[in-house]
Structures are given as structure tokens and as C-alpha cells.
Design a binder for this molecule. Structure first.
Ligand code: NAP
Length: 583
């Protein structure tokens, strides 16, 4: 908007606010179809396509018919009352599944390996844990919250949110905690899954289900690199996800191995307690400026959320809208770009230079450190962190050393680097990430023809829309392969849409009076070809880039590279041509 338009907009807003105050106006709790279309098309810059409109109404609390809720219940289909679903997991995916299954009154059993719900948000309780995406984009469309205390929520705030959604939806009591899915075998005669579950005491039970929805997370299995002499280290070693709060760091010599999203939160949170901090960096991280990263939501913002009807809901919608295409344009590679391998396009180079400039300021012109802290890969090729200066402050603290030579081996008293220097340590923290490519590990899932899913994948997990896998009928993955939005979109949207897709496919089965549906290999191949082509155009898909977004086969199996309107489209209906129907 021009300055003039901004003034005009403020004037209009102020008039409206005065009327809210003086005339005690309230806002309609539902908009008409016409009003919704008019407002949303304005917000979407005139784009009235089904996917934009559909996506935005999906996320807008005030939309006339929130299209995500199933418009049917199982009792609408004669003879299907016994249809039984297994939901595996009670993290945010499992909660989304339970919520929608309840709406359709479909009977289900929900199991959770842990003793509590919340998934990654109860498991990760290391110092400093918080969201690194804006809080307002991190909630269910069906359970919106407007009184978030922080702009980037602290870990416990997200966990408490998930607990409250489960409580309010009466979901908690029916979850079978401390129960793991060990294996599932598809019965080709009966068209159902025989699932073996194991309780905390080790006893196993075989139960039959018509369908399985897995919500087992993706960043769940800690990865700890192996080094010679690791076992001889006399101090404490722990992974970021297995934080031992009884280990005091006060006055200790501490190493943090890794400089990813977890390390970025841990190191600044502990630096003031420790005697010495050694940060072992294999590659430097790119950090996006986020000056308010640790800030609370402002009093003015809270006031607006409290006093102006639906302000928070509109704000959330606005965040969603900005995330539809997100920063895709900054990471799209230009063929034959001469700046490779440091950047992938002129825009990407501009981002690179801007961030280097920001770092230079933070480091007060320490060019040697700047060089070591400048990544040697394009911005966006790995997950970008949020920076409000705390990382540089931590690294330049007198008690910190940034160790950027590789690790040779461990000794009882510390770590020896490749250039022979020994770093003395009491505690070693592995912020070395996870095994994200090991989808569904360690569950054994045997589908049609006796094929086990990991054998079928052979190290390269693939699923149609990240949800269904050929040969494994009535199996639905949430947060499956290629559904991670790294520069666009949001996790909740992807998970919710996958749940909705599963329900739509149940409906299709009921309507066609079939027992199961199995996605065709052709549908999967086409989907993967489209995904791969797009990922290969992105910074992370470049052949010279090493990133955990790629699996052992070198394929980018984590990322959804398109705007999320495309995910809305692919999950909007279950196309019968993509499936084989089993009777
Ligand atoms: P990560 O991003 O995979 O970072 C792992 C770090 O360990 C990297 O710096 C990596 O170096 C280093 N590393 C791995 N293997 C190593 C080895 N053998 N020797 C030396 N260094 C090694 O893991 P993470 O930080 O746990 O984050 C994983 C993901 O979890 C994030 O991308 C994000 O999606 C999620 N997460 C989210 C939040 C949040 O929202 N609040 C917080 C934490 C994590 P290279 O870069 O050289 O591989």
C-alpha cells in the first residue's frame, strides 16, 4: 500500500474500532458465502481459484461452512458400523485423526508408545526449546487459540495446547498409553489388518482393524554419530531429545555437537551457566532475521485479540495466507546460475548477502569468525533458523569456543579434533538431529503379497500425497514422505489435510461398497515424478547440497516443494482412478 492508502486504511480501522467501543457492536460469528468470497478474494489479490478459496475457508473460523468437517457419519452407510480404525500415536497427528474420526462417529482405537500425549512437544524439553515458526501458524484450524503468550511459543506452551485440545475433545481418556504397534499384516482374504500391539509389561495382543492411520512423527529417532573412543568418555553424554535435567551444567565444561535448530536453542540457553562451552560445527547454519524471536506477544496485540471480535482468527488467517507460497521464490534455482554452489539464483544471492551483512554487524567486523560462521551452501538448502542475535552473542561469549575442525576421537576427558587439539569436557550434548528418512521404523508392516513396507521402499520412502502406499491398502500416513513444508506452509495444515483425505477415502469405500482401496503404482510414480522434478529445482535439491531433506538414495524425501494450495488440491478428493478397489 502507498502511504496514502495506509493512512486511509488506518482511518477506516479506527472508525470501526470506535464503533466497536461506542456502539457495542459485535461481529457476526459466521460470514455469508458472498462476504467470505469478497474478503478472501481481496486478501488473495483477486485469486478466486478453488484452491485458494478452499484453503482459506478451511482455515477461517468464520467461514460459512468450514469444509474440513465431514458432512457425513458412518451411520449413513448401512452395514458399516463395525468399521474399526487403528490410530497410531497421540502427538499432533494422532490428535487430528481422533478429532475427525469422532466427528464421523467412526469407531477407533488410539495407541501411544509413550506414557503421555504431545509427541515431539513432550519429548523435547531441553533448555530453550520453543517454536521456530510463528506461533499463530502452529495450531489446528478446528481448535484455534488467540491468547498465545509468545510470538514463537515455548515448548511447554505447545504441549499444553495439544493437551487442552485433546481434553476438550474428550480424547485423552480413550488413548491407550504405553502401547506400541509392533507389526501389522494385511489379510488378503478378509481385507483387514491384523495388528500386534505391545504393552509396557511386554505382553502382546493381536487385534483386527479395517484401516490404520499412523501419526508416529518424523523427527522421533535420535541420531548420534559414532566416534572412536566414545564409550571411554567419563562424563555425561546426552542427545537433545533425551535431556537429563538432573545433570547440572553449572560450572561445567560442556560441548554441543551440531549447529542445527536444536543446538541453536540449547547453546544460548546454557551459555551463561557453564564454565566453558565448545560448539562443534560441521556446517554453519543460515539464520533468518527474527528480531522478536524471544518476545512475548505485545500488550497491544493481546488487547486487539481480547477486544476486537475475531481479530486473532483473522491474524491467523493472514499468517496462513503469507505461508501459502512462503519463501519459495527465494530458494528456486536458476539454471546455469554462476553463483552456485553458494547460491542458486539472484534472489537467493541477495538473501545470502543480506544475512552475511547482518552477521558481520553482529560480529563487530571479526572477519575470521565471520568466515567460519558463513555457510558454504545456498540459503534455504537446509532448514533456516530464526535469529535475533543470540547465536552470535553465544559464540562470541568469552567462555565459548567454536570448533570447526572435525572430530577425530573421544578420550575419557574430552574430544580430540582432527588437528590434534584436545577439548576437555564434563558433558557432551548431541544436537545432531534425527533419522528422518526411517519412516514408520521400527514397525513391521506387511502388505499384499507378503511384502514388508521397508523392503518395498528399499531406503526411499514414497507415498502418494505422502499418505498412501501401493500394496498397503487402507494404510494412511500422517506427516508421511514429502509432506514437510520448509519454506512454505505449515505442519498442521498438511496433517489435517492428510486426515481429511483418509476420511474421504473411507467414504469412497462405503459408497462403492468395497472393503479396501489400494493406491496404484502408476499414481504413486506420477506423484513422485512431479515432486522430484520440483524439488530438483530448489536449493535443497541441487546435486552439490548435503541435507537431511535427502535420503540415503539421494532423493529429497522430506519436502513438499509446491505452494500449499497444491496440497489442498491433491487432497481435496480421492480420485477413484488412482485406486484399486478391493471387495
Ligand atoms: P539437524 O537440523 O539435523 O542438525 C543436526 C546438526 O548436527 C547439524 O548441524 C549437523 O551438521 C550436525 N551433525 C550431524 N551429524 C554430525 C556428525 N556426524 N558430526 C558433526 N556434526 C554432525 O537436527 P536438529 O537441530 O535436531 O533439528 C532437526 C529438525 O527438528 C529441524 O530442522 C526442525 O525441523 C526440527 N526442530 C524444530 C524446532 C522448533 O521448531 N522449535 C527445534 C528443533 C528442531 P550438518 O549441517 O553439517 O549436517
Amino acid at each position: 500500500m502507498s502511504q496514502e492508502q495506509q493512512s486511509e486504511a488506518r482511518e477506516i480501522a479506527l472508525t470501526a474500532l470506535r464503533r466497536v467501543r461506542d456502539e457495542q457492536l459485535t461481529s457476526a460469528s459466521r460470514l455469508s458465502e458472498h462476504e467470505t468470497r469478497e474478503i478472501l478474494s481481496y486478501l488473495a489479490n483477486g485469486d478466486t481459484s478453488d484452491s485458494w478459496y478452499g484453503l482459506l475457508t478451511h482455515e477461517l473460523d468464520l467461514a460459512p461452512a468450514k469444509n474440513a468437517a465431514p458432512d457425513w457419519q458412518i451411520s449413513d452407510f448401512e452395514g458399516r458400523e463395525g468399521f474399526e480404525v487403528l490410530v497410531v500415536g497421540a502427538g499432533l497427528s494422532g490428535i487430528a485423526a481422533a478429532y475427525r474420526l469422532n466427528q464421523a462417529e467412526i469407531s477407533f482405537t488410539q495407541i501411544e508408545t509413550s506414557h503421555t500425549l504431545g509427541g515431539t512437544w513432550w519429548k523435547n524439553h531441553y533448555p530453550g526449546v520453543r517454536l521456530d515458526t510463528p506461533t499463530f501458524g502452529y495450531s489446528f484450524s478446528f481448535a484455534q487459540r488467540t491468547d498465545w503468550p509468545h510470538q514463537f511459543a515455548e515448548g511447554h506452551e505447545v504441549r499444553e495446547y495439544l493437551e487442552s485440545v485433546a481434553e476438550r475433545g474428550n480424547m485423552t481418556d480413550s488413548i491407550e498409553f504405553n502401547t506400541a504397534l509392533v507389526s501389522a499384516i494385511w489379510d488378503e482374504k478378509l481385507n483387514l489388518w491384523h495388528a500386534t500391539t505391545r504393552d509396557a509389561d511386554g505382553s502382546e495382543q493381536v487385534r483386527d482393524f479395517n484401516a490404520i492411520i499412523t501419526g508416529v512423527g518424523q523427527l522421533d529417532h535420535p541420531f548420534i554419530p559414532e566416534y572412536p573412543g566414545q564409550d571411554t568418555f567419563a562424563g555425561v553424554q546426552m542427545h537433545s531429545q533425551e535431556w537429563q535435567h538432573d545433570v547440572s551444567l553449572a560450572g561445567k565444561k560442556v560441548a554441543v555437537i551440531g549447529t542445527g535448530a536444536s543446538a541453536y536453542q540449547i547453546a544460548p540457553a546454557i551459555v551463561d551457566d557453564v564454565e566453558k562451552l565448545a560448539v562443534f560445527q560441521r556446517s554453519a547454519p543460515w539464520m533468518l532475521p527474527a528480531p522478536t524471536y524471544h518476545n512475548e506477544t505485545s500488550e497491544a496485540f493481546r488487547w486487539l485479540c481480547r477486544k476486537v471480535p475475531y481479530y486473532g482468527q483473522w491474524f491467523r488467517l493472514w499468517m496462513t495466507l503469507l505461508g501459502i507460497e512462503g519463501r519459495i521464490h527465494t530458494v528456486t534455482a536458476e539454471p546455469d546460475w554462476e553463483g552456485a554452489p553458494l547460491s542458486v539464483s539472484p534472489t537467493n544471492e541477495k538473501v545470502r548477502q543480506e544475512i552475511i551483512g547482518m552477521l558481520r554487524d553482529q560480529l563487530n567486523g571479526d572477519e575470521e569468525l565471520l568466515e567460519r560462521m558463513t555457510p558454504s551452501y545456498p540459503p534455504g538448502a537446509k532448514r533456516m533458523l530464526r535469529d535475533n542475535g543470540v547465536w552470535s552473542k553465544t559464540i562470541t561469549a568469552p567462555q565459548t569456543s567454536l570448533v570447526s575442525t572435525g572430530i577425530s576421537h573421544f578420550t575419557p576427558s574430552g574430544i580430540v579434533t582432527l588437528d590434534g587439539e584436545e577439548v576437555e569436557l564434563d558433558v557432551i550434548i548431541y544436537a545432531t538431529g534425527f533419522r528422518p528418512s526411517d519412516y514408520l521404523d521400527p514397525i513391521q508392516i506387511t502388505g499384499r503379497g507378503g511384502v514388508e513396507i521397508h523392503d518395498y521402499w528399499d531406503g526411499d520412502a514414497r507415498a502418494f500425497a505422502g499418505i498412501t502406499v501401493p500394496g498397503f491398502p487402507n494404510l494412511y500416513m500422517l506427516m508421511g514422505p514429502n509432506t514437510g513444508g520448509v519454506v512454505a506452509g505449515g505442519l498442521y495444515f498438511m496433517v489435517e489435510r492428510a486426515v481429511e483425505y483418509a476420511l474421504k477415502s473411507f467414504k469412497l469405500m462405503f459408497e462403492t461398497q468395497t472393503q479396501a482401496i489400494d493406491v496404484t503404482p502408476q499414481a504413486l510414480d506420477q506423484f513422485i515424478a512431479d515432486i522430484d522434478a520440483e524439488n530438483n529445482r530448489m536449493a535443497w535439491g541441487q546435486p552439490y547440497v548435503k541435507t537431511w531433506y535427502k535420503n540415503a538414495k539421494g532423493r529429497v524425501s522430506q519436502v513438499w516443494p509446491f505452494p500449499i494450495t497444491d496440497y489442498w488440491t491433491i487432497t481435496e478428493q480421492v480420485n477413484p482412478e488412482d485406486y484399486e478397489f478391493l471387495r
